[in-house]
Design a binder for this molecule. Structure first.
Ligand SMILES: Nc1ncnc2c1ncn2[C@@H]1O[C@H](COP(=O)(O)OP(=O)(O)OP(=O)(O)O)[C@@H](O)[C@H]1O
Length: 631
């Protein structure tokens, strides 16, 4: 901004005119002199040399000039004064005036040229001064502008400062307020935290209180229950005391009754024995082989089938009659036959009616006798229905009813000190081979009939499954299982069930520890194969076997009837199996089943004739299998 040239800083501080006193003005201004200083400075510069406060003599000035620094710097122009090495003037003798004059002349010349130089320099300095003046002038105006600006800036500054001060105060106030707020916030946070804690504590206290309330309620209830219980206990205690007395009385009574019961039990046992003996006397009188005839009613589907005449003459006799219409045949005319048995079951007889007659035989088994009940007759005559029955307890046949009876009697026998074990097995004899009906696997083991002891009075079938039965329900389940197995075999081999003998064996083992008695008895319930003759090759084969076993059965019965020494039991599987139940020590009941269809007349006649043969046979008095228990 300043165009003032830089002046040399060297030189004396004396306020001399000209170059020697030329301090750089710009520097002084820049150094911030006061206005008065600046004025003085300018005046000093412009004052003529002679008006200077310290006017020096020309000789002195010359001398100073001679010793002055060899170079001076002027603003704008730099004049270099060459430094000459000081020449040592030869000492002039005082007498040499000429030389001294020449020397003075020389000095004068030098001063003169110096003067001229200085003059030139003065002119230069004057120019510079003018320039500086101008510059100073413009600087002054600039300074004024700047001053104004400075003033306004100062005003602004003052205002800003005032504003700043205000703001500072405001800031301070704000700061205080902020701090205050901060403090309050902190305080609030602390209060809120405390509140939260208190609230949590309150919640806990509340839940504790609720807990306590609940416990209090339950305790109250328990107390109430306890109170009720205590009252009840009091009552019970009174009752207990009463009962104790009653118990004492009862105990005395029990002892009394026990003695009486024992006496009664003895009476009962002897009565039971008498009753049993009487029963068996009656049985003996009736005969140990008993034959009944059952006539099957035609089914709805058979209602159109022609029937032959069948007259039930009395409870034990029937008459069958067929009128031959084929007059060309030799057997034309009436064919009438009468038969007498131990009983006749008409088509109206129910399963219950049949069992009522059969039950004494089951009772005999429970009394310790071997019993065999078998159904005989042609296919479809009602053998299976008679032995096994149909669905529902009403239609139950002899086998399930016999079991029901055994389990009912077991209770009475228990009361008299008898413990009974009942075992059951189911088998089928087809074409002289024994099949275990309780074994459902296809791979059947071979079954042989073997002797239990050397006396040959009892037999057993090897590899035959024997299940202990605890209830009649167990037995029904077992019987149904055997029926299913028989039906499966029948499905595989058409009509096999009709062509095979089915045997349900029930073994009763009884022991009376008190009386030291025990017995075992066998109850064989047999559904024989159809007695008719077959027509096909296979049927012929089957028939051969069936007929053989049935004729062997008739032979055995005949041998028994005629008291033969040798009874041919072993000639067929059936007779061999039934040996214990057919022999002297047994009771046999045969049910001959017939139907009334005209087409079945001759087979019916055959069945009735066979039954008559059996009926004529009287087994020797049966013996009970009772033995004494080894002690
Ligand atoms: N007394 C009866 N009352 C009502 N229906 C009977 C009677 N007897 C037999 N039936 C019925 O007659 C049909 C033949 O009887 P069942 O099967 O018992 O004869 P079956 O002699 O055993 O024949 P199979 O030798 O083929 O086994 C069956 O449907 C059976 O329900």
């Amino acid at each position: 901004m300043s165009r003032i040239p830089k002046l040399p800083t060297t030189g004396t501080k004396e306020n001399r005119p000209g170059l020697l006193n030329s301090r750089p003005i710009s520097r002084t201004i820049a150094n911030g002199l006061s206005d008065a200083d600046k004025k003085n400075l300018l005046l000093n510069h412009t004052r003529p040399l002679r008006n200077g406060p310290t006017t020096t003599a020309p000789a002195q000035r010359l001398k100073r000039a001679a010793t002055a620094p060899s170079s001076t710097t002027l603003p704008g122009k730099v004049t270099k004064i060459e430094k000459k090495p000081p020449t040592v003037a030869p000492k002039i003798p005082p007498y040499d005036y000429k030389a001294r004059f020449n020397d003075l002349l020389e000095k004068h010349k030098a001063i003169k040229s110096e003067y001229n130089d200085l003059k030139d320099k003065h002119v230069e300095v004057s120019d510079d001064y003018e320039k500086i003046k101008e510059t100073a002038h413009s600087s002054a105006s600039e300074r004024d502008i700047l001053k104004e600006k400075l003033l306004s800036a100062l005003n602004d500054l003052r205002e800003k400062t005032a504003e700043f001060e205000r703001m500072k105060i405001d800031f301070e106030i704000q700061k205080h307020e902020n701090e205050d707020l901060h403090r309050k916030t902190k305080l609030l946070e602390e209060i809120s935290l405390n509140l939260k804690k208190k609230s949590a504590e309150l919640d806990k206290v509340q839940s504790d209180f609720d807990d306590l309330t609940r416990r209090h309620t339950s305790l109250k209830e328990e107390t109430e229950a306890l109170r009720v219980l205590t009252e009840h206990l009091k009552r019970v205690s009174i009752e207990f005391d009463k009962l104790k007395l009653d118990y004492k009385d009862a105990q005395e009574m029990i002892v009394k009754y026990k003695t009486e019961a024992e006496a009664l039990q003895n009476i009962l046992a002897s009565m039971y024995k008498e009753q049993r003996d009487l029963r068996n006397t009656i049985q003996d009188l009736k005969g140990n082989i008993r034959v009944y005839c059952r006539i099957r009613p035609p089914l709805e589907s058979e209602s159109t089938k022609p029937l032959f005449n069948l007259n039930v003459l009395d409870a034990c006799s029937i008459e069958v009659e067929k009128i031959e219409l084929n007059f060309s045949s030799a057997r034309k005319g009436k064919s009438q036959h009468g038969f007498t048995f131990d009983g006749i079951f008409t088509p109206h007889a129910s399963q219950e009616d049949v069992f009522a007659e059969v039950s004494p035989m089951v009772q005999s088994a429970l009394d310790g006798y071997n019993v065999c009940i078998f159904a005989y007759g042609q296919t479809g005559s009602g053998k299976t229905y008679t032995m096994e029955g149909g669905c529902g307890t009403e239609k139950y046949g002899i086998i399930p009813r016999a079991f029901n009876m055994i389990f009912t009697s077991m209770e009475d026998l228990k009361r008299m000190g008898w413990e009974l074990t009942i075992k059951a097995s189911f088998l089928e004899i087809y074409n002289e081979i024994i099949y275990d009906l309780l074994n459902s696997s296809k791979e059947q083991e071979s079954h042989d009939i073997k002797m239990v002891n050397s006396k040959g009075t009892d037999i057993y079938v090897s590899n035959l499954k024997e299940e202990e039965v605890k209830s009649s329900h167990d037995f029904i389940k077992l019987m149904m299982f055997a029926q299913r197995n028989r039906q499966t075999a029948a499905t595989l081999n058409n009509e096999r069930s009709s062509r095979s003998h089915s045997v349900a064996q029930i073994k009763i083992s009884a022991i009376n520890e008190k009386r030291k008695e025990k017995f075992t008895s066998n109850l064989n319930l047999v559904d024989l194969a159809g007695s008719e003759s077959g027509k096909t090759t296979q049927r012929m084969d089957e028939t051969k076997h069936i007929n053989r076993s049935l004729s062997e059965l008739s032979k055995v019965i005949l041998s028994l009837q005629t008291n033969q020494s040798h009874i041919p039991y072993r000639n067929s599987k059936l007779t061999h199996l039934l040996m214990p139940s057919l022999g002297g020590n047994s009771k046999t009941l045969m049910l001959v089943n017939i139907n009334q269809f005209d087409e079945c007349f001759s087979e019916t006649l055959n069945s009735l004739r066979f039954a008559t043969k059996v009926n004529n046979c009287r087994i020797v008095k049966a013996k009970k299998n009772l033995t004494m228990v080894d002690t």
